[in-house]
Design a protein around this ligand. Structure first.
Ligand SMILES: Cc1cc2nc3c(=O)[nH]c(=O)nc-3n(C[C@H](O)[C@H](O)[C@H](O)COP(=O)(O)OP(=O)(O)OC[C@H]3O[C@@H](n4cnc5c(N)ncnc54)[C@H](O)[C@@H]3O)c2cc1C
Length: 431
């Protein structure tokens, strides 16, 4: 089992930013009160909140990759407030389960907005760009209409878009119906990820390009890393799927790769077939569908799902070019400047593994979709849990159930690949 992701291509978002010098200087001290493993949105939030709650406490934050290159800098930049877990039953809440879950994720969004303002993080944070959930098929339309009714029952207003309105907005007649999604902001995700990492409190030492290979069982924990041993009284595991290789949630998560691509910078003539709005985002009506964004003078497309293994980049390029052509046949070319894969952790019931695993060992992993806001609030609450803080949000988070058990290989693979194939078929032209 790999200890950390090893992607075949750079994140397109990160490649668009100026070069950044990674924090590669290993500290002289080898012993820290707290070590956090994984500097995605979850780990960054946990490390920041720990430093806020326990001033003077030195925190070491380790990441196997460089900031901007993990999934946190590879995603599509939709900051969503969707209730993450699919049903009241999974959540363990009563009738107001969605409202309480939305409040959790909203708190993640609010904290991010505050940090972006305080530290002037230049990440193209946009709250007024149209972000819709769009359906291309009758089945998709049915599902989006059902979603719209759900929003109404949660007292969330959602604008509806007819076929002709969608065509005007996004420039393609591919979609028949849409609603305003639960996206509350759109960002340049690698810029947000970098900005959060580069504005950490002084008490946090960030060390990039450092993979944690293993750790010993009891506090103080001895961590074996690619830069030697570190010792920690408290350990936070926030490296999502790869927590499995550290013995956490081993039988609770699978890895699903999905894929993104950017066109080159388009000139005015090429941008006009992409609709009258200068920027927009479109999420699919099915979870195996295709996401699009018109942003920074380019088209972003995200689609495809593969079990545990990253597909060959040439095949991904061809697949994404086909989906782009299907939607915008009139474009001069369907070429991409950047194509990349990204890994998400998927649990059977959509739930996170969250809490204290044993004395001194805290973990929040299992973050799939909506991970920018959900990962952030989970990291923050994990630090609050460790520091003994109390709040309604934390109580609500602790009431959520954990992820379901998954069968071992080869049954896991067989089940997951069959489910992916079935859902891809169901998604049809939403892909
Ligand atoms: C293509 C794509 C599009 C997406 N679109 C969206 C979107 O629009 N909106 C949204 O909210 N979410 C989206 N997501 C999901 C989102 O990116 C994730 O849910 C989010 O990044 C999870 O954050 P995290 O901090 O929990 O994990 P990660 O971002 O995966 O961070 C974990 C970190 O741990 C590090 N690590 C792993 N193993 C080790 C180790 N052994 N030692 C040290 N470090 C280690 C990794 O390098 C990584 O930086 C998308 C994901 C992908 C791949």
């Amino acid at each position: 089992m790999e200890v950390a992701p090893a992607y075949k291509s750079r994140s397109g978002w990160n490649a668009l930013l100026p070069q950044r010098i990674a924090k590669n200087q290993a500290p002289k001290d080898r012993r820290f009160r707290t070590v956090v493993v994984g500097a995605g949105y979850t780990g960054l939030a946990a490390a920041r909140r720990l430093a806020e709650l326990a001033p003077g406490e030195e925190v070491l934050l380790l990441d196997a990759a460089t900031i901007g290159e993990g999934a946190s800098g590879r995603n599509s930049g939709f900051l969503l407030i969707n209730p993450g877990e699919p049903s009241a039953n999974a959540a363990g809440f009563a009738g107001d389960w969605a409202v309480r879950q939305i409040a959790l994720v909203q708190a993640g969004l609010d904290w991010l907005r505050q940090l972006v303002e305080i530290y002037s993080i230049d990440c193209d944070w946009q709250e007024s760009v149209p972000a819709i959930t769009a359906a291309a098929t009758s089945r998709g339309e049915e599902s989006v209409r059902a979603t719209c009714s759900r929003y109404q029952s949660w007292a969330i207003e959602s604008k509806e878009y007819r076929h002709d309105e969608l065509r005007r907005l996004v420039g393609t007649g591919y979609y028949r119906y849409g609603i305003q999604s639960l996206t509350r902001a759109l960002v340049q995700p690698a810029a947000l990820h970098r900005g959060l990492a580069d504005s950490l409190p002084d008490a946090v030492t960030l060390l990039e390009n450092t993979a944690v290979n293993s750790f010993s069982g009891e506090a103080p924990f001895r961590l074996q890393t690619s830069r030697g041993e570190f010792v920690a009284d408290r350990l936070f595991v926030t490296n999502n799927l790869h927590a499995r290789s550290l013995g956490i949630a081993r039988n609770r998560m699978i890895g699903i790769y999905t894929y993104g691509a950017f066109t080159p910078q388009l000139d005015e003539a090429e941008l006009s077939p992409l609709g009258e709005a200068p920027q927009w985002g479109a999420l699919p009506a099915h979870r195996m569908g295709t996401t699009l964004r018109k942003t920074m003078g380019r088209l972003l497309i995200r689609s495809g799902d593969s079990y545990e293994r990253e597909l060959d980049p040439d095949k991904v390029r061809a697949m994404l070019a086909r989906l782009y052509r299907d939607r915008f046949p009139g474009m001069r070319t369907h070429e991409f400047e950047h194509v990349w894969g990204g890994l998400t952790a998927v649990t059977h019931n959509g739930a996170f593994y969250f809490g204290q695993a044993r004395p001194g060992l805290f973990a929040s992993v299992g973050c799939g979709g909506a991970g920018v806001t959900r990962g952030t609030i989970h990291g923050k609450l994990l630090a609050e849990l460790a520091c003994g803080s109390q709040s309604t949000l934390l109580t609500d988070r602790l009431a959520l159930r954990g992820p379901n058990w998954l069968p071992p290989e080869p049954f896991r693979r067989m089940g997951a690949t069959a489910q992916i194939a079935w859902e891809q078929w169901l998604a049809g032209a939403e892909r």
